[in-house]
Design a protein around this ligand. Structure first.
Ligand code: IPE
Ligand code: IPE
Ligand code: MG
Length: 257
């Protein structure tokens, strides 16, 4: 109850609820450093990071943000020690089992993006089950990127499109930007308006390369487990001050020559 109150109460008068981003994507980075800073095993950082995600999801839902996409495990993260990879896979599975009921009640539609085929079969089962059970929910879209790599996603889209062409079901000259978008894992959602990366790294780490073409970026030094409601508000306020020009001279349609 307390957690709910904390996460729904805006503390800032600067936040404009009429100008919220509709789709927020997050690179949840810094779990390991958060733990190391406290003399804890890295795994504690992941555990704490899961709580942060839950709070941010709830806040997005309560504020009316339509889509949240969270980067949970990259195609490159398999290169970590086996114990860490195993812990993360277990954590995803346990969380899904524990949180599904609440997500169902709160109207969360969960989707997983990435190549799910190399994941442990028990996790794949939970994933399929949670997607099926929430597929009619409409309050918020919650995308979790697991074994996600943007370059692999684009390669897959190219292959799928090429196959359609080979079958004579698609003509090369009809392929445009929309076609590519439709073949990506994120086809159901508009591109993100805001990308947040925690822990200060100024890179995309193979996340949503196509989809982020005109997304506003916000990087904070805060480690993911410490990213709370106030931090999230700060990110949104920063977003609201941006002039999204999309290549034009001004965001306001006032200039004409
Ligand atoms: C992000 O935190 C979580 C995953 C990549 C799974 P990290 O584990 O990358 O934490 P740092 O960057 O090492 O501190
Ligand atoms: C990006 O974080 C992936 C996730 C948050 C899941 P990493 O910690 O893997 O990224 P790099 O290695 O710093 O680029
Ligand atoms: Mg990291």
């Amino acid at each position: 109850m307390t957690a709910q109150l904390v996460s729904t109460t805006s503390t800032s008068i600067d936040l404009d609820f009429k100008k919220l981003p509709q789709h927020v994507a997050i690179i949840m980075d810094g779990n390991g450093r958060w733990a190391q800073q406290r003399g804890l095993p890295r795994l504690e950082g992941h555990r704490q990071g899961a709580n942060t995600l839950k709070e941010i999801l709830r806040t997005c839902k309560n504020w009316g943000i339509n889509t949240l996409t969270a980067y949970a495990f990259s195609t490159e993260n398999w290169g970590r020690p086996l114990t860490e990879v195993g812990f993360l896979m277990n954590l995803f599975e346990r969380l899904l089992r524990k949180e599904l009921q609440e997500m169902r009640e709160e109207g969360v539609r969960i989707r997983f993006i990435g190549d799910l085929s190399p994941l442990p079969s028990s996790l794949q089962q939970e994933i399929r089950y949670s997607m099926a059970k929430t597929r009619h929910n409409q309050t918020i879209n919650f995308n979790v990127a697991i074994n996600y790599g943007s370059r692999k996603e684009i390669v897959k889209a190219c292959r799928d499109i090429a196959e359609k062409v080979a079958l004579g079901e698609l003509s090369p000259d009809t392929i445009d930007e929309n076609t590519i978008s439709q073949y990506l894992y994120t086809s159901a959602n508009p591109d993100p308006d805001l990308l947040i990366r925690t822990s200060g790294e100024m890179r995309l780490s193979n996340f949503l390369l196509w989809q982020l073409a005109y997304t506003e970026m916000y990087v904070t030094d805060t480690f993911w487990p410490d990213f709370d409601l106030q931090q999230f508000e700060k990110a949104i306020i920063s977003y609201q001050k941006r002039d999204r020009r999309f290549g034009k001279i001004t965001a306001m349609p006032t200039l004409s020559f």
